[in-house]
Design a binder for this molecule. Structure first.
Ligand SMILES: [Zn+2]
Length: 272
C-alpha cells in the first residue's frame, strides 16, 4: 500500500469561524477557531511534515496570528508544532513532565510501528520531529480572548491521560474533546484512569444540549447522546473488568462488552 500523502486531509466547517481538519492518518481531527485578532489551532498532528501541511492549510483560511493548544501529549496530537513557531503553546500543567518522560519512547514505538506497516517516510518524519512543551499551562480552567470570541481551556480530571484538556467555543456550542471521546474506534486505555474517565464523560454529557457538537480527537463530530453512551460503555467496562478480577464474572464474559475481550483484559490489568 502506498504511503498516505500529507495532503490526505480536508477542512470540515463546523460553525462560523470554527473548522475541523480531518486527517486520514489515524483518522485524526485537529481544530481551528478564528477570532477577530488571532486564531486557535487545536493540536498539531504527529510529525513535522504533517504539522507544516496543517500550518499551510490554516494559512489558506486565515492570516491571523495563531495560538496552539494541545489536548494531550500523545505524539499524534502534538509532535507537529515546529512549523507554527514562534507562537504561544498552551497545555495542561502536567504535560511538560509527561513529554519529558515519554517523548523518546513514543517516537521509538511509533517509528517502529510505521516501518512495520511499510511507511518508512512517516517513521523518519516522526524521528525528526520535536515534542515541544507548552510555554503556557492550565491547572483547571483558562479563558483565551481571540478577539470577538472567547475560548475556554479546561481540565476535567484524569481520564484518557492525567493531563487532558477540552476546548469549548461557547458562542457556537462546540467542544473539542481530544481523545476523551473516540468515534470510529475503541477508546485508547493505555496510560488512562478508566474509572475517572467514565465520570469525566458523564460530566461532559451533562453539560451538553441537543445542539452541542463534540469534536473527538479521532473520527466524526458527535452529539451529546454519543458522549453519554460512551460514558456508560466505559463505566460498564470498568464494572465488568473489576467483576472478573474479583471472580464474580466469568473470564469469557469479557467478550460481551462492545470494546471486545482484549480491551476488557487491558483495563482489568490497569485497575489491578
Ligand atoms: Zn491520545
Amino acid at each position: 500500500m502506498a504511503e498516505l500523502r500529507t495532503s490526505d486531509a480536508h477542512w470540515e466547517p463546523i460553525a462560523d469561524g470554527v473548522s475541523v481538519r480531518r486527517h486520514r492518518e489515524l483518522d485524526l481531527s485537529t481544530g481551528l477557531v478564528v477570532g477577530d485578532r488571532s486564531c486557535l489551532v487545536i493540536d498539531t498532528c504527529g510529525d513535522r511534515r504533517q504539522g507544516a501541511e496543517l500550518a499551510a492549510a490554516v494559512r489558506e483560511v486565515t492570516p491571523l496570528p495563531w495560538i496552539v493548544v494541545y489536548t494531550h501529549g500523545h505524539f499524534d496530537h502534538c509532535f507537529g508544532t515546529e512549523a507554527f513557531l514562534p507562537c504561544p503553546i498552551w497545555g495542561h500543567e502536567a504535560l511538560p513532565g509527561f513529554l519529558a518522560e515519554s517523548a523518546v519512547e513514543q517516537r521509538a514505538l511509533w517509528a517502529a510501528r510505521y516501518r512495520a506497516q511499510g511507511a518508512p517516510r512517516r517513521a523518519a518524519d516522526l524521528e525528526g520531529s520535536q515534542a515541544l512543551a507548552p510555554d503556557h499551562t492550565v491547572t483547571d480552567r483558562v479563558e483565551i480572548d481571540l478577539g470577538g470570541r472567547t475560548v475556554v481551556l479546561e481540565h476535567l480530571g484524569p481520564a484518557h491521560t492525567d493531563h487532558d484538556l477540552i476546548v469549548t467555543v461557547p458562542d457556537v456550542d462546540v467542544v473539542f474533546t481530544g481523545d476523551l471521546v473516540e468515534q470510529g474506534a475503541v477508546p485508547a486505555f493505555e496510560g488512562s484512569s478508566p474509572r475517572d474517565w467514565a465520570d469525566v464523560l458523564l460530566r461532559l454529557a451533562d453539560r451538553g444540549t441537543a445542539a452541542t457538537r463534540f469534536i473527538p480527537g479521532h473520527g466524526h463530530p458527535v452529539d451529546t447522546t454519543f458522549v453519554r453512551t460512551q460514558a456508560i460503555e466505559v463505566r460498564e467496562l470498568v464494572e465488568l473488568a473489576s467483576a472478573i478480577s474479583r471472580g464474580e464474572a466469568a473470564v469469557d464474559s469479557a467478550g460481551t462488552h462492545p470494546y471486545g475481550a482484549a480491551t476488557v483484559e487491558e483495563v482489568r490489568k490497569l485497575l489491578a
